[in-house]
Design a protein around this ligand. Sequence first.
Ligand code: OGA
Ligand code: MN
Length: 288
Amino acid sequence: MSAISIHPTDAALGAIIEGVDLSRVPNAGTIDTIESALEKHGVLIFPDQRISPAEQVAFSRALGPLEATANIDARLNGQPEIFVIGNTGVRPVSFAPQHGSEDLEWHTDHIHKPVPARASLLYGKEIPDTGGDTLFACLYSAYDALSPADKSKYETLEAVHSIEGLRAYLHKQAGEKGYEPGRQEAMPECVKWPLVRRHPTTGRRGLYFGAKVTVGITGWPREEGLRFISELTEHTTQPAFVYRHVWRKNDAVLWDNRRVLHAATPFDMSRQRRLMHRTTLRETTPIA
Ligand code: OGA
Ligand code: MN
């Protein structure tokens, strides 16, 4: 058995983990090591993994209960806990803007669902030559950098999140081709969470929102809310708070949705293939 080693990146987030084979169900010691590294670094990169869909599901399930995507047509045949993200199938699924656009959808997974995602594990099966990176921004750093006055003001705000915000974005990015969502599981029109969220294990405060999936602030006029969210996105995703993951085939990346925002960057969908498999860990502690 090889020892596990953890190499932090130079960025505000992220560490490369060597010595964990994701094709095996982790024992209690390995789970502890992974959970504490995730708590410390927010994003964990496991390079050079060879895992089948069933192995990815088994590994992920060892960390906690899973949640299938609401996009029924994007579930992998025979392994519904795998969310197929990419442009290699009949119906492309991508969270990236159009090639050439910088209008990123910074978000945290399932914030628009009654039970959000605690963590997500994304496995890179086919990677474009250029583009198609994933960016991660630290929500603790963004909160810590606020003025004391903004901190206390934000503490009182509640943000509204909706699948419609995400859909409107996907429609816009699909351009003339249009966006074909496929079969979707029903979900509420919107959900509301405090804008400032305490991380359940570290106790640290972070901002909790997404660029497009968040559609307003409770009690505020719509336009004012949208402007505020756009400024908050700008603040949160400043380079000092961001880690950019440039994918290599067979990387697996695990992130904590309670501490990071993420965004896909564009790639040339007409020429390049990108295929990722995601498993999603369901939130198990109430949001405070
Ligand atoms: C996701 C996601 C980003 C990407 O899997 O939740 O947002 O780079 N993916 O594909
Ligand atoms: Mn996502």
